[in-house]
Write a protein that binds this ligand. Structure first.
Ligand code: GAL
Length: 823
């Protein structure tokens, strides 16, 4: 049997400080004495709480609320059994969004599902692959005459929706946002019943993807004369005299007669103050039509959005019928220039920036794909701390809040679509991604494909890529189109690209550059190195691989191998490591009982592996010295242990129990190492620059585990029902040192004004529940994810472990206005 690389991956056979941003209140732009309507023309209400959930059945209608029996599509208003007003959902569980039901499913030993995270989702698992969601909400009688719509940021996947028994539609991709205008279907002054049947039987990728309504849902109310979803676009040209903004605004008239409308665009600076306003001339919009207005505004001394200072501006868009403000939306944007150069790589605001990137999937410890918004910030902040400046949303459009976090924290994004196709489904996914994301200053390019083996090197690939690229260019002329290819460069898909992406295969890059000297290029995917956090001796039985930077698949590269190659080539714009964080699924080089990947530089909880400091040394620009492994090798006395140091200093001297083991010059883009016989005590690295010791790092032999320590990522939290923190539980000895091999079973108890939403430990072979409250420490650490309620006060987090007593910490929560929510 011929094995593809995917088969090999599946079988595991190959081995060769975060910014706090609170919701921005709209600014009242009315002139004193004006007769403008109050700026509440649009309401966007979160529809995340108060849902009911029940598993259905893919094969058996009697266990699927009758779905598939009766005359489903025959008559309006009779769709779905659970749509009935008298349907009793009392036996359904109460859930809030974001929600990923796959997190609650057990792990299963099925070779077909290993890549996807070993969860019972698929044709073989009809009783756990369908999820039903039900939510009732009120629409006041006073809403009559307004437009009401429901916006879904992402549902995994194949979602069929109905409102009040009326079929709304079906959305296939779990990564594409979708929306229904339900104005004609709601009951004004009454209860409305929204029902979704979500079918996660099919996978879209080859990795863990979750299941359910794992992103936000919104109820949006507007005037009949309004800006349609994603209908305002701001682009900027920066010159000597400042920035010229071009604002294109679509206006939809859903009223029964034509309207005369003016668009008023107001730029607010980073401080929220008004900088410039343009009011367009009146434009006639026929009933049922959408028209676009274009305006130009000037910002005299723009502050550029950069990685160090990610300055954000806001565009307030208003539509006016006479003096009545019929709609008002806000768009966050940045002013910056970007360009690719075939000889010198990528430039941001005129300065060459090497893309020090990571590819990532979207799941996280404890919560699966259903991340509270704050966790996006946690993850981006960790990557920034490592010195990373770019993020590839492999292999799908991200949750919108990920891009918000990248905008705010200063992280470039390569935004990738899921389906590579010139047909409506594929183009629709791409169009929604670009329309949704094109105002984000963080997004620097669109990726239209990843390793499309059937077509990447042939003519069909050229045709598909040309159609897809042309649509991308039409929707956004400011960003280049690229694709992540692992073959076929210079033909096929390649011929349609603005920037060539290379996945692995370094040997082909120089040759391509010689043959296509005018095409800019970058490493769209590099490394795929394996490491398990805190493991220094590979243990195949348990599915752990040593964290020295030496393990990689035949096609991949160690951190040092790929980065040395890229750092030496100015024409390359940099690259994206596979991956920043570990993720569920693809446990290569192992298979079951391993259930999550070893590719991450950080584990699924965000705890760094040692290679984190390799990247920090060569990416961050500040002095770094990191010594490993730990020094707890009882029973190995006298045996040689390999000691490594990641550093960017000139030299490092190692001391073992006070005696020098030698000084090493640190090679550029490299590391230093020694082999020393083990004796309990301490190893110490002294890092020198200009002949002086500037940093030291020590590993000491620890005593037995004695107690627990809890460290909160951030406190206080906003009491808005959404804010979240991560608590690191450390198993420590009597001297307060983390015991690097400790595996105590920790039980978390959360009380007060917050709740426990998940636990994790980064162990790729752990089959414990992600919901907790219990989790075993893995190599000394585990974590609890805690979310604030809407009541301000204190969250008490208590952690206990047999024989180690209790550790407690208090997280205060401060009064905050929750986001406006649907009733
Ligand atoms: C790549 C692929 C990634 C991941 C990786 C593992 O080919 O694009 O999604 O599977 O291999 O090394």
């Amino acid at each position: 049997m011929k094995m593809t690389r995917r088969d090999i991956l599946k079988a595991g056979a190959t081995l060769s400080a975060a910014a706090i941003t609170l919701p921005v209140r709209p600014v009242d732009l009315r002139e004193p004495g004006s007769d403008d309507a109050a700026p509440a023309a649009r309401e966007r209400l979160l529809l995340d709480t108060g849902w009911r959930f029940h598993l259905g059945h893919a094969d058996d209608p009697t266990r699927d609320f009758g779905y598939g029996t009766g005359d489903l599509f025959a008559k309006a208003g009779e769709f779905f059994g659970p749509s009935a007003t008298d349907f009793d959902d009392g036996a359904w569980s109460r859930v809030d969004l974001p929600h990923d039901w796959a997190v609650d499913l057990p792990f299963i030993n099925d070779p077909d599902e290993v890549g996807h995270g070993s969860k019972p989702l698929g044709r073989k698992y009809p009783d756990t692959s369908i999820g039903w969601y039900r939510r009732t909400f009120d629409i006041p009688a006073t809403d009559s005459g307004r437009r009401i719509s429901l916006e879904f940021d992402g549902v995994f996947r194949d979602c069929t929706a109905a409102l009040n028994g009326h079929y709304l539609g079906r959305n296939l991709s779990g990564y594409a946002p979708f929306r229904y205008d339900v104005t004609d279907l709601v009951d004004y002054g009454g209860k409305n019943i929204l029902v979704l049947r979500v079918d996660a039987t099919e996978h879209e990728g080859w990795f863990y993807e979750g299941a359910g309504i794992y992103r936000h849902v919104w109820l949006v109310r507007t005037d009949a004369l309004h800006v349609p979803q994603w209908g305002a676009v701001v682009t900027s040209e920066v010159g000597k005299a400042g920035a010229t903004l071009t604002v294109r605004t679509e206006v939809t008239n859903d009223a029964e007669s034509a309207a005369s409308v003016r668009v008023r665009s107001t730029v607010l600076g980073p401080d929220g103050k008004r900088i410039a306003t343009a009011t367009g001339t009146a434009m006639r919009v026929e009933a049922g039509a959408t028209r676009e207005a274009t305006q130009t505004l000037h910002v005299a001394a723009p502050r550029p959005w950069s990685l160090e200072t990610p300055v954000l501006y806001r565009m307030v868009t208003e539509t006016l019928a006479g003096t009545r403000v019929t709609d008002r939306t806000e768009t966050s944007f940045g002013i910056r220039t970007m360009r690719f150069d075939p000889d010198h790589g990528f430039f941001l605001n005129g300065t060459r920036v090497e893309l020090k990137g990571t590819c990532n999937h979207q799941d996280h410890a404890g919560v699966g794909s259903a991340l509270p918004d704050r966790l996006q910030e946690y993850r981006i902040a960790k990557l920034k701390e490592m010195g990373s400046n770019a993020y590839r949303t492999s292999h799908n459009p991200p949750t919108p809040e990920l891009l918000d976090a990248c905008d705010r924290l200063g992280m470039l994004v390569l935004d990738e679509t899921r389906m590579f196709s010139p047909e409506p489904e594929g183009l629709g996914q791409l169009e929604r991604m670009i329309r949704r994301d094109r105002n984000h200053p963080c997004v620097f390019a669109w990726s239209i494909a990843n390793e499309e083996w059937a077509v990447q090197g042939n003519d069909r690939g050229t045709r598909i890529a040309t159609t897809v690229r042309d649509l991308a260019h039409r929707l956004d002329h400011t960003r280049p189109v690229t694709a992540a290819m692992d073959g076929g460069w210079g033909k096929g898909t390649s011929l349609a690209l603005d920037v060539q992406g290379f996945n692995y295969q370094r040997a082909s890059i120089d040759d391509f550059h010689r043959r296509f000297p005018r095409t800019p290029s970058m490493g769209s995917e590099v490394a795929s190195a394996f490491a398990t956090r805190g493991v220094y001796v590979t243990d195949k039985e348990r599915g752990y691989i040593s964290a020295y930077d030496v393990n990689r698949p035949s096609y991949g590269a160690t951190a040092e191998e790929w980065w040395s190659y890229f750092a030496a080539r100015e024409f390359l714009a940099g690259g994206f490591v596979w991956t920043g964080f570990d993720y569920r699924g693809e446990p290569s080089p192992y298979a079951w009982p391993c259930i999550s990947s070893h590719f991450g530089i950080l584990d699924t909880c965000g705890f760094p592996k040692d290679t984190f400091w390799y990247y920090q040394a060569w990416w961050s620009g500040h002095p770094v010295l990191h010594l490993f492994p730990h020094w707890d090798w009882a029973g190995q006395e006298g045996k040689e242990i390999e000691v490594w140091c990641h550093s960017n200093l000139d030299q490092v001297e190692l001391f073992v129990n006070g005696a020098s083991a030698g000084t090493r010059d640190v090679p550029r883009q490299g590391h230093v190492s020694w082999k020393v016989p083990y004796a309990a005590g301490a190893i110490e690295a002294r890092g020198m620059q200009g002949g002086k010791v500037v940093l030291t790092d020590r590993r000491e032999t620890t005593g037995p585990a004695a107690s627990l320590r809890l460290v909160a990522w951030r406190t206080p939290l906003a009491a808005d029902g959404e804010d979240t923190t991560v608590l690191r539980a450390e198993v420590v000895d009597s001297g307060g040192r983390v015991v690097p091999t400790a595996d105590a079973t920790v039980t978390f108890a959360v009380s007060g004004t917050g709740r426990l939403i998940g636990v994790g430990n980064g162990d790729p072979s752990s089959h414990e529940s992600d919901r907790g409250p219990t989790r075993q420490a893995f190599n000394g650490l585990c974590c609890a994810i805690v979310q604030a309620s809407k009541a301000s006060g204190e969250i008490l987090v208590n952690a206990t472990a047999p024989g180690l007593g209790a550790a407690a910490t208090i997280i205060s929560t401060t009064p905050a206005t929750p986001r406006p929510a649907a009733p």
